[in-house]
Design a protein around this ligand. Structure first.
Ligand code: ZN
Length: 390
């Protein structure tokens, strides 16, 4: 790291972040990041459990036996840096330029993790006898298939009857300034993998063939004209998009025998995947078409209802920035989809997401420091003293 004269560069969250950025933890390799966290957490009185599933390393750390449980969650893995030559500096050697800290994972989301750890240290120094429990759920497989990560840890916790009441996910939720947006839910994501069967033939003799493109065309038109829903208070309208469609053997006088397509729904809480699939099948079955449809569900939509967690996170942001955050359900999926169904309220609060997954990924040094203060404040609001549930 290039050194500066600014005190802010000596902030413990910046130092921890730099240490994490030096570990090339490309999914699913944790590359020792969680060992660094465990060392700090064990010193704070956390009971740390490493949960290894396949090549994925997960950490469940908890301090306290009673409820409510406030859990900070995130991932140590990062997407590959891509072509090194396109980076202005080494993606795994953090560098600060003009107040921005550069490195793969700086925004998504090692800054969130560094802020959590330092916030925990600061909070516990002041409130060693806090109410409830503090926890940390970290995975090394959020950017990948996500099968052996947060999902599996939640399964273990559910088997043990160990609930999470409130979860703050440190994903980069902000759009142009830290805390301008907090995510209180996410849309569901459902993909359809379609095969339409026909009979290949000579283009001049259509009566002897069965062109699957012609069969699918009216179905596709219907899928595009349906108004799936109008959205609701917290969700934009459900969207249907075809992402891939292919047929044809690449020869001008041969019609294809098969068509393959892939489409995706980003859907609101007006639907669940069962009803959505049923509706799609209904549209196909209203046509004369020989098809096979497989599905891949990435996650059901979830929504955290107004309550103490959203209030606490909003308050912490407002105190720090002077602004009221927008409550949003936009963006892609996150591991919140696994944590929320277990009964936890989930809110995502993290740095600006403008550079995530890009070359020259970066985060504002002052953002990391402010995020640390916000996380600390959220703990203070929720756990500094026992407040009875309404
Ligand atoms: Zn992320």
């Amino acid at each position: 790291m290039t050194s500066g004269t600014d005190d802010i560069l000596e902030h413990p969250a910046i130092r921890l972040l730099s240490e994490l950025l030096r570990r090339p933890s490309v999914t699913p390799d944790d590359a020792g990041c969680q060992d660094i966290l465990i060392e700090r957490l064990a010193g704070l009185g956390f009971n740390c459990e490493t949960m290894q599933f396949g090549d994925v390393t997960n950490l469940w750390a908890r301090r306290g036996d009673s409820g409510p449980v406030l859990c900070f969650a995130g991932h140590t893995d990062v997407v590959p840096p891509g072509a090194d030559s396109e980076w202005e500096t080494d993606p795994f050697e953090p560098v600060i330029r003009e107040g921005q800290l550069y490195g793969r994972g700086s925004a998504d989301m090692k800054s969130g993790i560094a802020a959590m750890i330092v916030a925990l240290e600061e909070f516990l120094a002041e409130y060693p006898n806090h109410a409830g429990s503090l926890a940390l759920l970290i995975t090394s497989d959020e950017e990948g298939r996500a099968r052996d990560g947060t999902l599996k840890v939640i399964e273990v916790l559910q088997e043990r009857n160990e609930p999470i009441d409130w979860c703050v996910l440190g994903e980069p939720s902000s759009e142009s300034e830290l805390g301008d947006i907090i995510r209180i839910g996410r849309r569901g994501s459902l993909s359809g993998i379609l095969t339409v069967r026909g009979i290949q033939g000579h283009v001049a003799y259509p009566q002897l063939a069965d062109n699957p493109i012609g069969r699918f065309a009216p179905v596709l038109a219907d899928l595009h004209t349906v108004e799936w829903d109008q959205g609701n208070e917290f969700f934009p309208p459900t969207s249907f998009q075809v992402v891939d469609i292919r047929a044809g053997i690449g020869f001008p006088n041969v019609t294809p025998g098969e068509l393959n397509a892939r489409f995706n729904f980003r859907y609101s809480t007006e639907w669940d995947h069962y009803r959505l699939k049923e509706r799609v099948r209904g549209i196909f079955d209203a046509h004369d078409i020989d098809y096979e449809l497989d599905w891949h569900l990435s996650g059901e939509p979830f929504l955290t209802k107004p309550g103490r967690l959203i209030d606490a996170v909003s308050q912490a942001v407002t105190e720090q920035t002077g602004r009221t955050p927008e409550l949003s359900t936009g963006g892609g999926t996150s591991d919140g989809r696994f944590i929320s169904p277990a009964g936890a309220d989930v809110v995502e609060l993290g740095p600006v997401n403008a550079s995530i997954h890009k070359v020259n990924e970066n985060v504002g040094v002052d953002e990391v420091v402010a995020l640390t203060a916000m996380y600390r404040r959220i703990m203070e609001i929720l756990l500094a003293q026992v407040v009875p549930d309404p």
